[in-house]
Design a protein around this ligand. Structure first.
Ligand SMILES: [Zn+2]
Length: 289
């Protein structure tokens, strides 16, 4: 049954290709040139080392088929299981925003592609993991680049992405600490001694009130700094239907302004978030403001 349906599908696809495909010589030629846009992929690959809040389900891939399924057909596929919030992912407003805020499938498409604004506080965060994004950082960015323009996705570089492969450095755990999954908790008494930077409440309040900003991303485990277990940055932003991006990859090549960002989460119906492919298109040379 399955193999029959597959053959039918391939057969039909072949017919469509034969009918619709232009002759090869008619295809436009692509010339690599200095004007070719450069793209950055800001998603860490998902695997069983992908980061997540303690107690959440990590990313698990199970091989289901890898070989001949009939004498004529070879196929490979995996199943996977994961928290919505493992690895590079989007937090939908409903994650902590309660009723009336968007689930991940409800976020309008025109808010998933926007102007990339980047604020780099990596020097401060790497010297002191308790650092936060402040309203002074926002004021300094505006002084240099003007107001945020709708739709802006603000990316905050803490430098933590560089420690992606060292869980203790990434989570801010003491050297030699044996990280163990002891169940989900927001109690400081039950959590491992996490220590990583994030977005301060005052800055989050200011971003939440700015209609030009549609989402905020960080290159560390959570929008909120590890000590802020009340999740004040999450609450401020999500109550205004802004989304979050967490565990974003290396932001060091993203300019402060001028780039375009696409943040495309898995479209889980009713989802509180989902794994996301985050792409940045760098501005062409000479066009950066
Ligand atoms: Zn999340």
């Amino acid at each position: 049954m399955w193999a029959g349906a597959q053959s039918w599908c391939w057969c039909w696809c072949s017919v469509v290709l034969l009918v619709c495909a232009p002759p090869l010589e008619a295809l436009p030629l692509v010339h690599p040139s200095a004007a070719t846009p450069q793209w950055l992929d800001l998603s860490h690959p998902l695997d069983n080392t992908s980061h997540h809040w303690p107690g959440f389900l990590g990313f698990n891939l199970t091989l289901m088929i890898n070989g001949s399924v009939t004498p004529d057909v070879w196929a490979a596929l995996h199943n996977f299981a994961s928290s919505e919030h493992t690895g590079t992912h989007m937090d939908a407003p409903i994650h902590v925003g309660r009723d009336g805020t968007w689930s991940v499938d409800q976020i309008p498409a025109d808010r998933l592609v926007g102007h990339a604004a980047m604020i780099d506080i990596a020097d401060r965060c790497q010297a002191d993991p308790d650092s936060i994004l402040t309203t002074d950082d926002l004021a300094e960015w505006r002084k240099q680049h003007g107001q945020f323009v709708y739709p802006t996705i603000l990316l905050v570089r803490t430098g933590q992405a560089a420690h992606r492969d060292n869980i203790n450095r990434y989570l801010g755990l003491p050297e030699g600490y044996q990280f163990q999954e002891d169940g989900f908790s927001f109690s400081p008494h039950e959590l491992p001694p996490l220590r990583f930077p994030g977005i301060g409440k005052a800055a989050a309040d200011e971003l939440a009130a700015d209609d030009a900003v549609v989402g905020v991303g960080v290159d560390c485990l959570s929008l909120d700094q590890s000590a802020n277990l009340r999740l004040e940055a999450h609450h401020a932003l999500f109550a205004r239907n802004k989304f979050g991006l967490e565990n974003v990859a290396d932001l060091s090549r993203v300019p402060a302004t001028g780039a375009t960002v696409m943040a495309l989460p898995m479209k889980i119906r009713g989802g509180t978030g989902g794994p996301a492919r985050i792409l940045v298109r760098l501005p062409e040379e000479g066009s950066q403001s």
